[in-house]
Design a protein around this ligand. Structure first.
Ligand SMILES: Cc1cc2nc3c(=O)[nH]c(=O)nc-3n(C[C@H](O)[C@H](O)[C@H](O)COP(=O)(O)OP(=O)(O)OC[C@H]3O[C@@H](n4cnc5c(N)ncnc54)[C@H](O)[C@@H]3O)c2cc1C
Length: 528
């Protein structure tokens, strides 16, 4: 049996970050990836037959990736800031938020809401989240703070209360009066998270927090070359540092006595490891260890990738489509609409007006298109639909997906001056360039449990009370549940030599590399 210092289960971007750090520190590292390619949910793909457009197939924007990780691993990878942060159409008007022009944004708020009140509220609110971002973001790559330590770091009682203690809906309703503006703010609390503004569990607050602290600014940037450029750079860095990466290698079991482990994969292979890092979800980890896993997480989004012959014209003639589609374009995401769609989906129905947001990568970074496509004016369009929980699809996966897709595109068409279908490019066989993925598709293709894009609901970025925060990573898990331990770095599992290194770790979720970094630090600290 071959022996390694560290075996990493899964070659998603977090597994690759961990591999690059650990191999760089002189460890013998093996990465075992189930799929034929690395990258997990952070990949680029030519999704349409015979069309040379490398779409970021699943995740598409970068915010939570610390510069420190890019620099320390020497990655040749960069992001580009979007000038337009969002556009929200309202019939034949709309709200354009131009990150580079405050006067213009103010004018947009006045045009939509009739006064400067909402703009001033917006400025104050995002100044508050910006301050929290600057204080919280650097802690993500430090040992896990306690709740009290993080609150001291934030050092702003009102902000702490608004973001960490009260359901976000209360704050949004106090601060903003306009339904459209309230909706734009709330969407960041609902991405990949099936919940509502007043959920007493505060999962909406946690989701919101991760959407506004990235990079210490909350900006969502465009990965130049697409998401695949990032994970390819990571795989190169890991290999250059000496890590072995084997694809097409599904791990089927992990046995550990806390000191050494055996990892079974493929058709009867077994390797030995001092430490095992798990980039698969906590739910999958429990199964690999043969331990109880608790309820399965549930994803709640529809993902649609499109290629357009041209950008559609808008009903709002005052805005250039090249600006509107460059930022996050909100559809049917008014505050009241979000609540209604949530209630309908929670009751088991496809929402009448499914909320979604779309964004065009190629306006900011045309390098993902062949020169010919770029010259023809072709553009990519990616749509992320909210409130589409996996349970909706269970009885009739294809039929429900088709109905939801049709209802979602109808909402988009309602704000366009021409149907989106008329703008779709066609592939080599003459089929429209459009693909849609339900949570069930994401589970099957990428292994996301229940299609949950963060592997499970996001956790507060501090040690959970009652868990083993602050102690060694191997401290026992509460209730014997391997999915709930945290340890000093938020990556522990209750087994001294098994660590989470993926989205399901505390401070995981999103394209960040943070849990990969933190799991590597936990191993290096332990073996130093
Ligand atoms: C549609 C969609 C859109 C998103 N948009 C964004 C976005 O714009 N920005 C953002 O920051 N985040 C976004 N996310 C979330 C983000 O992509 C994920 O949270 C992130 O990619 C998780 O990375 P990871 O490396 O931890 O796990 P994953 O990317 O899930 O990788 C895990 C890897 O482990 C492998 N694996 C699993 N089980 C085994 C096994 N038994 N043996 C071997 N290998 C195994 C899987 O095949 C996979 O390659 C999006 C996600 C989705 C699905």
């Amino acid at each position: 049996m071959k022996e390694y210092d560290v075996v990493i289960v899964g070659g998603g971007h977090n597994g690759l970050v961990a591999a690059a750090y650990l191999a760089g520190a002189g460890k013998r590292v093996l990465v075992l990836e189930r799929l034929e390619a690395t990258g997990g949910a952070a990949v680029s793909k030519r999704a349409f037959t015979g069309v040379d457009a490398r779409l970021s197939r699943y995740s598409y924007l970068v915010s939570l990736l610390p510069r420190k990780i890019v620099d320390e691993l020497g990655l040749r990878f960069a992001v580009r800031r979007r000038r337009i942060s969002s556009y929200t159409p309202q019939g034949d008007r709309g709200l354009l938020v131009d990150a580079g022009d405050e006067a213009r944004t103010r004018e947009q708020f006045v045009r939509l809401t009739g006064s400067e009140r909402e703009f001033e509220a917006w400025r104050r609110f995002y100044a508050m989240t910006g301050q929290v971002a600057r204080r919280v973001f650097p802690t993500l790559t430090e040992p896990l703070p306690t709740r009290a330590e993080l609150e001291r770091r934030v050092d702003d009682r009102a902000a702490w209360e608004a973001l960490f203690e009260r359901p976000l809906g209360e704050t949004v309703e106090e601060v903003f009066a306009d339904d459209t503006v309230r909706g734009v703010v709330l969407t960041d609390a609902l991405i990949g998270t099936f919940t509502h503004a007043h959920d007493p569990s505060l999962r909406q607050n946690r989701c919101f927090l991760y959407h506004v602290i990235g990079g210490g600014t909350g900006d969502w940037d465009v990965p130049i070359g697409g998401m695949g450029a990032f994970t390819d750079a990571l795989a190169d860095a890991a290999r250059a540092a000496g890590a072995e990466i084997v694809t097409g290698a599904e791990v089927t079991g992990i046995a550990t006595d806390g000191a050494v482990a055996e990892v079974a994969y493929g058709d009867g292979h077994t390797v030995g490891a001092r430490d095992v890092l798990v980039n698969a979800s906590p739910h999958a980890l429990a199964a690999l260890l043969g331990e109880p896993s608790g309820p399965k997480p549930e994803g709640a989004q529809l993902k649609v990738n499109m290629l357009l012959r041209r950008l559609p014209r808008l009903r709002d003639a005052a805005v250039d489509p090249r600006e509107a589609f460059a930022g996050t374009f909100h559809i049917a995401e008014g505050y009241g609409q979000l609540q209604r769609a949530y209630e309908q989906a929670a009751a088991g129905a496809v929402p009448d007006a499914p909320p979604s947001e779309i964004y065009c990568h190629s306006l900011t970074d045309p390098s993902i298109l062949s020169p010919e496509l770029a010259a023809q004016g072709v553009h990519t369009l990616t749509l992320f639909g909210l409130h589409a929980p996996a349970r909706l699809f269970a009885a009739d996966p294809t039929g429900v997906k088709e109905r939801l897709l049709a209802a979602t595109l109808a909402q988009l068409d309602a704000v366009l001056a021409e149907p989106i279908a008329d703008c779709l490019a066609v592939d080599a066989q003459g089929r429209p360039c459009l693909e849609a993925k339900s949570p069930l598709d994401l589970e099957r293709e990428v292994g996301l449990p229940g299609g949950h894009i963060f592997h499970r609901d996001l956790a507060w970025p501090y040690a959970p009370e009652g868990a083993s925060g602050g102690g060694a990573e191997g401290d026992s898990a509460p209730g014997g549940d391997v999915t709930r331990a945290t340890g000093r770095w938020g990556v522990g599992t209750g087994h001294a030599n098994v660590f989470l290194c993926g989205a399901g770790a505390v401070r995981g979720g999103g394209v960040s590399g943070v849990p990969g970094h933190n799991a590597a630090m936990a191993v290096l600290e332990k073996t130093r």
